[in-house]
Design a protein around this ligand. Sequence first.
Ligand code: FAD
Length: 414
Amino acid sequence: MRRYDVLIVGGGHGGASAAVALRQRKFAGSVAILGEEANPPYERPPLSKEYLSGDKPFERILIRPLAFWAEREIALLTGRRVVAVDAVAHAVTTHDGEQIGYGILIWAAGGHARRLSCAGHDLAGVHSVRSRVDVDRMREELAATTHVAVVGGGYIGLEAAAGLTKLGKRVTVLEAQDRVLARVAGPTLSRFFAAEHRAHGVDVRLGQSVEAIEGRHGRASGVRLATGEVLSADMVVAGIGIVPAVEPLVAAGAEGGNGVAVDVSCRTSLADIYAIGDCALHRSSFAEEQPIRLESVQNANDMATTAARAILGEQAAYTAAPWFWSNQYDLKLQTIGLSTGHDREVIRGDPSWRSFSVAYLKHGRIIALDCVNTVRDYVQGKALLLQPAPDIARLADPSVPLRDLVPGADAPDV
Ligand code: FAD
């Protein structure tokens, strides 16, 4: 049986960063990344942005050049899916029956795209946007595509809508809730992004649930809504979230369900097994110590560093402030903190300027900032997180730099 001192399951952002962090910290043992995708580790955010639109080829979204892994003696075991974990024997089993032993296991398996479950969900022309393969399949069909229905008005759905619009497709976004981005942002940002998409020609339909995908000759031809209306669509893109990929670990006895529970050092409840990234359920001071899963590159990278440090015997705690970005058209949204449960929004600037920020307050503290084309607010605003809210009139005044509102602290210059 092959055996690695550190075996990393999942070759995405978290898995790749964990291997890099171990070698940067001079870990001398054997390291392997075992991932089900056929590709070396690559960046996922461009899949709904520059890779979809054709502005970046695959080689430019690799996390590291291919030679890097061999030079650092990090084995890449691609195209291998783990189906079982034996936490007592310290071994995993892959889909083709091989057993691979580990000293330490880092579970960095992310999640799989949630699929539509309605009638017609399995027709050709129905897509998800999670992997390179998903987007390659979409791109192969684009030349023959006129109408695209995007199901889900979250970040991925909206980014796909922007990219497909840029490629000249007629796009309809179908969102079941009464606003886009409802899970992650406040109403001001939702209104702003819905208006932007409409201004670019996207038909944004709110409060619409999909009843079925209609087909002709085995291919999607339209989307039937709960209202009975049928929209023409020769491509359907589902952006309806992910299901964390944790079954083998939970079956092995790890605490969790909607993710694997980890402590502040990313340790699971099983000996010598860590979990990081999209699949890791952790308590966060940015969510009042409630267990949450974050789906962002920052979270995957920072958890990877935390796990690597803990493996090397350092005191390591994951306490970083969550941050996230989204690019749509010429808009760069940067988010810091978590706005969930906010009780007040303070808008800095005017959305009509297409450069403004929203500060989210809860119980008199700033819990998050959404910054649209306002990099300076994003950089300076970090120091305000979880602090008592400053004078609201000054917070709302975009001519007052946020660093001036930090009690007794020097925010960095931009
Ligand atoms: P992943 O990167 O998903 O990697 C997990 C890997 O594990 C995958 O390759 C998966 O196939 C593999 N795997 C799963 N199960 C198994 C198994 N049993 N055996 C072996 N391998 C397995 N974040 C941002 O911060 N900003 C953005 O703008 C942004 N845009 C995004 C756009 C898109 C289209 C997508 C899909 C995501 C985006 N994200 C963005 C989110 C970000 O990419 C994820 O949070 C990040 O990739 C999580 O890293 P991870 O290592 O936890 O999981």
